[in-house]
Design a protein around this ligand. Structure first.
Ligand code: NAD
Length: 483
């Protein structure tokens, strides 16, 4: 019998007022119900917002190092539960064991990082124009903030929003994605164990329309940090703007890796392959387009096809190279894009089909897929697929490579493989992306550097992670002190 988990509101685990629950199934074996969660209603979120607002003043007055100490204890608690959190993540989201364990480790590191930041939240001192005066700034919390997260990094993303929000003195209402809420639940259990005061951190599960929407339309929410699709994020940003709340939306991508003639092709293959097929292509920073110079096009294409056909696909607990899609709808969407690619005239080099047969029968498995001959006018080259589908595109110059790379509505992450220093610098100068990498895969970013995108990949407001996380969750007060 699967466990039914509750919402966390005002320091208590509570049933939703609806009395209803929803189930999360294992994407590698849909016969397995991993757990059940509360199908909450708007009224549950309103209650969470109320208690978070009530708790805010006390929390803001708690010395920052004390807030940091709670985060540190929560990080230690999560470390103790590392294996359990990893297995939960594999079972509910479908990641491989290695990917899931890396992500849980990341969440632990984030808690420890912001725990240390608590001693150093900062503020600056400027030279005053008057004698006997001080001119300084300080950071103040925004108040009560909403945090809405997607299923694809269901523990790292909540952690990298929750930790800076809490450490800077905000109270939080968090809505996790319904596909994978179990690891957010573990985060809140760790915060509870660490002594987070009642009402400071709250988690409510349920649909986007019932539970997510109030966080953007409610006047008592002072800021909203959202990660998810561009379609939903655009709506969330629009709604949030009506009462001028601070908003940050991190959204989709269509990330390229450029392969130039000077590149080491086996290294370029690994960079593109890991970027495209890691996490089953379900990363916002996944490499979706390999833009390859004609001089090495055939060599690269052969190499990436070999790489792709050698990948093992299985349930995440077996720790293969690639796990299943998170859900049937994501699998269907990927298969639809394969059809679109075929109809558009791209060449399907390998993959493209749902995996069937005994070990795949009850899961959302798809073959890693490579298309060649993709051109910029194709939907394959323009739209976020969010599955293991790589489009290989041929260009005849560095200038064309940059132009093709930039010719999309997104601008999250981009990389180039080259041994030419001028190309490397010019790439960094001209690429329209929030993250630019030379001889690196498009996926992955360390936790202490800013993360966010250009164009439709992000609202053009704040970055996340590192000091940028503290910037988003604080207001600056400028202080004149004459004496
Ligand atoms: P999604 O937009 O469907 O959902 C994201 C979250 O928003 C979920 O919790 C969902 O329940 C909630 N939601 C849905 N409708 C809502 C509404 N009307 N109001 C408020 N909340 C609502 O995205 P997803 O399918 O969970 O995640 C995949 C997407 O996330 C991809 O597009 C991916 O690129 C993007 N993503 C971006 C980043 C980044 O940092 N840029 C990181 C990870 C994922």
């Amino acid at each position: 019998m699967p466990t039914t988990y509750e919402n966390y509101i005002d320091g208590e685990w509570r049933d939703s007022t609806s009395g209803e629950t929803f189930q999360v199934r294992n994407p590698a074996d849909t016969d397995e119900v991993v757990a059940r969660f509360q199908k909450s209603r708007r009224v549950d979120v309103l209650e969470a917002i109320d208690v978070a607002c009530d708790a805010q003043e006390d929390w803001a007055e708690t010395p920052a190092p004390e807030r940091g100490a709670i985060l540190k204890r929560a990080g230690i608690a999560l470390d103790r539960r590392r294996d359990e959190a990893t297995e939960t993540l594999v079972r509910e989201e479908g990641k491989t064991q290695s990917e899931a364990s890396g992500e849980v480790g990341r969440a632990i590191d984030i808690f420890h990082y912001y725990a240390e930041k608590a001693r150093d939240l900062g503020g600056i001192e400027k030279s005053p124009s008057n004698r006997n005066a001080e001119l300084t700034t300080r950071r103040e919390p925004l108040g009560t903030v909403g945090i809405i997260t997607p299923w694809n990094y269901p523990i790292a993303i909540p952690a990298w929003k929750l930790a800076p929000a809490l450490v800077t003195g905000n109270t939080v209402v968090h809505k996790p994605a319904s596909e994978a809420p179990g690891v957010s639940r573990i985060l809140f259990e760790c915060l509870e164990e660490a002594g987070l005061p009642d009402g400071v951190g709250n988690m409510v599960t349920g649909s986007g329309s019932e539970v997510g929407a109030p966080l953007s339309d409610h006047g008592s929410i002072d800021a909203l940090s959202f990660t998810g699709s561009t379609a939903v994020g655009t709506e969330v940003a629009r709604t949030s703007a009506t009462d001028l709340k601070r908003v940050q939306c991190e959204m989709g991508g269509k990330n390229p890796t450029i392969v130039m003639p000077s590149a080491d092709i086996s290294e370029a293959t690994e960079i593109v392959g890991v970027g495209a097929f890691g996490t089953t292509g379900q990363s916002c920073t996944a490499c979706s387009r390999a833009i390859v110079h004609e001089d090495v096009y055939e060599e690269f294409l052969d190499s990436i096809i070999k790489y792709t056909t050698n990948l093992t696909v299985a349930g995440g607990l077996e720790d293969p190279d690639m796990g299943p899609h998170v859900s049937e709808s994501e699998l269907t969407s990927t298969l639809e894009y394969v059809e679109i690619g075929r109809k558009e005239g791209a060449t399907l080099e390998t993959g493209g089909s749902e995996l069937t047969g005994e070990s795949y029968a009850d899961g959302h498995f798809v073959e890693p897929t490579v298309f060649s001959g993709v051109t910029t006018d194709m939907r394959l080259a323009q739209e976020e697929i969010f599955g293991p589908v790589l489009s290989v595109m041929c260009v005849d110059s560095f200038e064309e490579a940059i132009s093709v790379a930039n010719n999309v509505d997104y601008g999250l992450s981009a990389s180039i493989t080259t041994q030419d220093l001028s190309e490397a610098h010019e790439f960094v100068d001209t690429i329209e992306a929030g993250v630019a990498k030379v001889n690196e895969k498009t996926t992955g970013l360390e936790l202490h550097v800013p993360f966010g995108g250009y164009k439709n990949s992000s609202t053009n407001t704040y970055r996340e992670q590192g000091d940028a996380g503290l910037d988003f969750f604080t207001s600056t007060k400028t202080v004149y002190m004459n004496y």
